[in-house]
Ligand binder design. Structure first.
Ligand code: ADP
Ligand code: MG
Length: 403
């Protein structure tokens, strides 16, 4: 993979450089609730601008349905990027239309523009190669060079990620280079013990990574909504907790294989339960109770790991040399269910292990709960992308930058 440093050494002054970034930040209306992804790509953008490039930054945000939708506008992200760069950032109100063409044509050396959400165009995510290719052709007209730096999207075979680099001289940006370097450390010559903490909402999202990491990890700790499918697989009733009944056989298979391989699976021993899912808007007190993991009442749901589990997990992480964590331990968005996620974050801060946090919600949780990002080995900007990398899959956006 050619790097941005090589490109900068060759010189980019006066060149139009398309930066495929990942500005897919969580929004509350038009307010950005976590700007981590924008901060992560800022060094790439500012290095190009400082070298005199005319920088065209592009990204997706959310899942609009292939047509403009103001709820998914990149305007707030563009404004934030401008604040971080300390300079005016131009904004095009479309992707490849009149506004984009005029905005790019008006750029002077060292200036930055953001074009509107790539997913406002159906060609971006199309499964049809020709439709994607046609959109990539239009995007290619906006630039002379391509820098791939949207790590959070490299697992997508999308026009701006996969087809566009085939049409322009391309390099990997600094963020992608960092992310790939970190993920290599989690797959090759891993320092042991290697502990993996998995949580979040859906087991089915994470089965592939469990499958692959069973061969690599020494210990796998399970929390979050997916823990209930594991508890069910062990024969416990889980009340009205999040449950993916259809995944129970697969989970039973993993538990069995882990035993054969000598991998330690650690499941919650206690959980916080309540009769209903908390109100995340008002954050009204939820008054949960703590119960043993094998005694969840039939009419209640588990929403966080309990205090004994927090201690158990902290102990299981204290002597690890490498930790990968994906997925919150509970519904951390509500303060009554944030303690489990906090405890795991604190355990990583306290442990000398090389710790990597992956996953959009997990990374946001760490920052929203007030932890210092620098206390972790690395906070990945990619959820699905880092998981698919760890599953050993070929990522289209990385493959496209290789040749
Ligand atoms: P990531 O983005 O880090 O990969 P996920 O998207 O898989 O994480 O899951 C994050 C979501 O999981 C959060 O919104 C959180 O509220 C939810 N969650 C965690 N624990 C539970 C639970 N016990 N029941 C329901 N949802 C949960
Ligand atoms: Mg998520």
């Amino acid at each position: 993979m050619k790097t941005i440093d090589e490109l900068l050494a060759e010189g980019v002054a006066g060149k139009r450089v398309f930066v495929r970034a990942d500005l897919n930040v969580p929004l509350d209306g038009t307010t950005i609730t976590d700007d981590g992804r924008i901060r992560a790509v800022r060094p790439t953008v500012s290095a190009l601008a400082a070298a005199g490039a005319r920088v065209v930054v592009a990204s997706h945000l959310g899942r609009p349905k292939g047509a403009p939708d103001p709820a998914f506008s990149l305007a707030p992200a563009a404004a934030r990027l401008g604040e971080l760069l300390g300079s005016e950032v131009a904004f095009a109100t479309d992707t490849v239309g009149e506004s984009a063409r005029a905005t790019v044509a008006a750029l002077t050396d060292g200036q930055v523009a953001v074009i509107e959400n790539l997913r406002f165009n159906a060609g971006e995510t199309s499964k049809d190669d020709a439709e994607r290719g046609a959109f990539a052709d239009q995007l290619a007209e906006l630039a002379d060079l391509y820098v791939g730096d949207g790590f959070g999207a490299v697992h997508r075979k999308h026009a701006s990620v996969f087809d566009l680099p085939a049409r322009l001289p391309h390099v990997a940006g600094g963020l992608i280079a960092t992310e790939v370097g970190v993920l290599k450390k989690l797959t090759e010559d891993v320092a042991r013990p290697y502990a993996v903490v998995l949580g979040g909402a859906k087991v089915s999202d994470k089965l592939g990574v469990i499958d692959h990491l069973l061969e690599k990890a020494d210990r796998i700790l399970i929390g979050g909504g997916m823990a209930y499918t594991f508890l069910k697989a062990q024969g416990h009733e889980v009340g009205i907790s999040l449950l993916q009944e259809d995944q129970v056989p697969a989970v039973q298979g993993y538990l069995k294989r882990a035993e054969e391989l000598g991998v330690e699976f650690v499941l919650p021993v206690d959980v916080l339960v309540a009769h209903e899912f908390p109100d995340l808007k008002t954050k009204a007190p939820a008054h949960p109770t703590t119960v043993a993991a094998d005694a969840i009442p039939a009419d209640q749901e588990g929403l966080d790991i309990g205090p004994a589990t927090r201690e158990l997990y902290a102990a299981k992480l204290a002597d690890a040399a490498t930790v990968f964590w994906n997925g919150p331990m509970g519904v951390f968005e509500h303060p009554d269910y944030a303690e489990g996620t906090k405890a795991v974050a604190q355990a990583l801060v306290d442990s000398p292990a090389f710790s990597v946090v992956g996953g959009g919600d997990s990374a946001a949780a760490v920052r929203i709960l007030g932890f210092d990002e620098n206390a972790f080995g690395h906070i990945s900007t990619g959820g699905g992308a880092s998981l698919e990398y760890l599953e050993g899959k070929t990522l289209p956006g990385l493959a496209a930058l290789e040749d």
